[in-house]
Write a protein that binds this ligand. Structure first.
Ligand code: PAF
Length: 340
């Protein structure tokens, strides 16, 4: 089944967002574009890096240039019911984003600095920006590049998508997306969500439901980090699916990683219990039993992994707080060694 026409008429009157710009055409970026195509929301899907070749004389005048290594356009997103939606990557028009556009960056933390620097001259200071990645550290990068008042949301998703071939992305598992306003923009006096945040959440929910708004998004990001700290390096190093992480074979590593995580997270102002985290890890490993984790896929395909944003982040924070995290340190070294 292939659909070239948008299925649903996007209910634009309920929303302020007129167009979604997706910076990065990996599996999740492509999935979002497929959802926009499905719902009839105008979208732009752009190559990850370089999106624009920055003019050396002035970063105010970026030259748009197609990335040479990206998937050729058009290609297809296969939905959970088997319907295929054709999506196109834009690589010739230089966009200018208004306050009623939104920019989503479904990019790994190590790609964010370049991407945000390239997008900055093209966005209005009121254009909402959404970061969507595993691990930590993206928020700090965005804060150092974007103007202080730029509308910024942080998000994490458990939807599964996979590039099957260079022309096909499959929606492998319906999950959910948790999203919240960047902490420096949250006013404790303001009890209701600002309109721009509502518009972004409504739009994302209409595209890829469910979207859960979190008043404390950092807590949600730490909770997701705990899952990745355990599942990702162990599946990548042992060449196994997520299901194995729930089993007896990894009981010791699982317990130690959860204890190290809880110690560091709590020293950073969070409040986690190692036993509860371990139960959550076992649950997610069960729910995603037949998946190969993203780090497994990166190692297998010899791509740069997210280790620095996951276990490496725990190691760095532990150092700052004077805490020993030997297993996180070992796994970070082992994963890093795989790609050198
Ligand atoms: O990175 C991943 O692969 C995912 O976040 C998760 C939840 C570990 C499932 O594979």
């Amino acid at each position: 089944k292939s659909k070239s026409q948008a299925q649903g008429k996007f209910k634009a009157e309920q929303l302020e967002i007129k167009k979604i710009h997706i910076a990065g055409s990996g599996a999740i970026g492509s999935l979002l574009a497929g959802a926009a195509e499905k719902q009839g929301l105008p979208y732009g899907l752009y190559p990850r890096n370089p999106v624009f070749q920055v003019n050396k004389a002035s970063i105010e005048k970026p030259e748009f240039e197609p990335a040479k290594t990206e998937t050729p356009t058009p290609y297809f997103v296969e939905w959970t019911d088997g319907t295929e939606y054709p999506i196109r990557q834009i690589n010739s028009n230089k966009p200018h984003l208004s306050p009623s556009d939104m920019l989503v960056l479904p990019l790994k933390v190590h790609h964010l600095k370049t991407a945000l620097t390239q997008w900055l001259p093209l966005i209005d200071k009121r254009t909402p920006v959404v970061l969507l990645h595993n691990g930590m550290g993206g928020y700090e990068i965005a804060k150092s590049i974007l103007p202080a008042q730029q509308p910024l949301l942080l998000a994490t998703t458990s939807h599964g998508a996979m590039k099957r071939t260079s022309t096909q992305v499959i929606y492998t598992g319906v999950g959910n997306t948790q999203i919240g306003i960047a902490p420096h923009l949250v006013s404790h006096k303001q009890l209701t969500m600002p309109e721009w945040a509502k518009s972004v959440c409504h739009t994302l929910h209409a595209l890829l439901p469910p979207v859960r708004y979190q008043t404390d998004i950092m807590k949600a990001l730490w909770a997701k980090l705990a899952i990745n700290v355990v599942i990702n390096p162990l599946t990548a190093l042992n060449n196994i699916t997520n299901s194995h992480i729930a089993g007896e074979q990894f009981a010791n590593e699982r317990k130690t990683l959860c204890e190290e995580f809880a110690q560091v997270a709590n020293a950073c102002g969070q409040s986690f219990d190692a036993i509860e985290i371990e139960q959550q890890v076992i649950k997610v490993a069960g729910l995603t039993a037949s998946n190969y984790s993203s780090m497994h896929q990166d190692v297998k395909n010899q791509r740069q992994t997210e280790i620095e944003a996951i276990n490496g982040y725990i190691v760095n924070m532990a150092q700052k707080k004077g805490i020993e995290v030997p297993l996180n340190t070992l796994l970070t070294k082992q994963i890093t060694a795989r790609l050198t």
